[in-house]
Design a protein around this ligand. Structure first.
Ligand code: ATP
Ligand code: MG
Length: 420
């Protein structure tokens, strides 16, 4: 019997993990620089939370959720995204009483039953953040600059930022009527989903993956032209804040985002490279969400970034990440007696935080040399009976070939000062 990873899931192998570690570290570092702390939320929640928190007219909730009954008969869903869980936690833990804005970032797996394609998985990873309590638009621009700075620190270039405003419930109500009048003569020829959306949430017709490319959808009235004065001022404020720090953007009136709870600012960072799965990061404001999930009325904003798509883009742009080079020295043994000494040296080195390796495979001396050469470990020492007798060992720099004699009783000290 052979087992295989489930469709849409992937192992991240030790040979590739350094890229993930790098991205995770840089993301956490940038978030910390903006005053965000990490939150870790559970992998599964009560199904209703997502119906409320993501929106029951979204594709995510209507088609993509991993939902099951547990042995206690509860309906459980594997999180398809992070915002709903963070909002639940914010309310449940009374974080509304903390000084505002309350800012959190996360690094999570997410689960969606999707048509698997390149950059579209069933289990995938997201970096994201949420900020509660600030009405913006300064914070809207600030979270966009978190993504911008993160991309810069990773080395990514030319990723397009698209922004839009989808207004508040008041402008959306007015707009939905305008949109319904516009689509009414055409709706019978549209896809089944759009016919439902027409009744329940016409705005989502703009985002349709089937009809979205049709002229009738493309030339539909645009919400951005029907914003109320407050929403208009908010959008102008966002643009001014982005201009002030020199972040370039395009206005894309067709971004409505996949999730129901967005208000006002919505944005996406889009690559040209990743084929049809080009959206690396999406986010926006959700001023009604906390209240909708049972908390006090609290403005909020956040984004989520697909880590697989991020790394695909980094690869397409030829970005090389530093590999883990913790192991600094290989200590080869030439005799049995040397084995005990090497074990002790390795122990002492590791205690000092200096990574080292020695033979665990009973390899011949020649095979140890071959292994050390192939491994890319930057320094090498060989210990045999001669070295034990003289109390001195040569430490070889594998890149330059240079050899330095080192006293065995000062070996750890030498390594501390010279090979890390
Ligand atoms: P798409 O339009 O590509 O389906 P979405 O609007 O469903 O994206 P969001 O819910 O906004 O995506 O999630 C934020 C980010 O997470 C996306 O921009 C993308 O980078 C990533 N993402 C979403 N779904 C997947 C998936 N199935 N596999 C890999 N990454 C994903
Ligand atoms: Mg999707």
């Amino acid at each position: 019997m052979r087992f295989a990873a489930q469709k849409g899931t992937k192992d991240i192998l030790p040979a590739d993990i350094y890229k993930w570690h790098k991205a995770e570290k840089v993301f956490a570092g940038v978030c910390h620089d903006f005053g965000y702390e990490e939150i870790r939320i559970p992998t599964f929640e009560q199904t209703d939370l997502f119906a409320r928190g993501v929106g029951d007219t979204t594709d995510v909730v209507t088609k993509e959720m991993y939902t099951f009954n547990d042995k206690g008969g509860r309906s459980i869903t594997l999180r398809p995204e992070g915002t709903a869980g963070v909002v639940r936690s914010y309310i449940e833990n009374g974080m509304g009483s903390l000084p505002s804005p309350v800012r959190m970032f996360y690094n999570i797996t997410a689960f969606r039953y999707e048509n698997v394609q390149k950059g579209r998985m069933r289990e995938f990873h997201q970096f994201g953040l949420e900020a509660f309590g600030s009405e913006g638009p300064a914070i809207d621009a600030e979270i966009i600059s978190i993504v911008d700075i993160f991309f810069k620190k990773i080395g990514l270039k030319s990723i397009k930022l698209c922004i839009n405003s989808i207004g508040c419930p008041a402008c959306r109500k007015k707009y939905n009527e305008i949109l319904k009048d516009y689509f009414r003569p055409h709706v019978s020829g549209m896809c089944e989903d759009c016919r439902t959306r027409f009744e329940r949430n016409p705005l989502r017709m703009i985002d349709c993956k089937i009809d979205g490319e049709k002229e009738i959808v493309k030339s539909a009235p645009r919400l951005i032209d029907y914003l109320c004065d407050d929403c208009k001022a908010h959008f102008e404020g966002l643009k001014a804040n982005l201009d002030a720090v020199g972040i370039r953007y395009e206005i894309d009136p067709n971004i409505v985002r996949g999730l129901d709870y967005y208000t006002r600012t919505v944005f996406e960072f889009v690559s040209e490279n990743v084929g049809t799965q080009g959206t690396i990061c999406g986010g926006g404001r959700y001023d009604g969400l906390v209240e909708n999930c049972g908390g006090a009325a609290t403005p909020g904003i956040g984004f989520a970034m697909g880590v697989e798509r991020l790394l695909m883009e980094a690869e397409a742009q030829g970005i090389v990440f530093d590999k883990n080079d913790s192991v600094r020295i290989y200590i080869a043994g030439m005799s049995e007696a040397a084995g005990a000494k090497i074990a002790k040296l390795c122990y002492d080195l590791r205690l000092e935080g200096i990574g080292c390796e020695t033979d665990l495979m009973k390899r011949s001396f020649k095979a140890q040399m071959k292994y050390a050469g192939k491994s890319g470990i930057p320094f090498l020492a060989v210990i045999g009976d001669d070295e034990l007798a003289s109390g001195e060992v040569k430490v070889k720099n594998m890149a330059t070939g240079e050899e330095t004699p080192v006293r065995l009783d000062g070996f750890v000290e030498y390594c501390k000062g010279n090979i890390v």
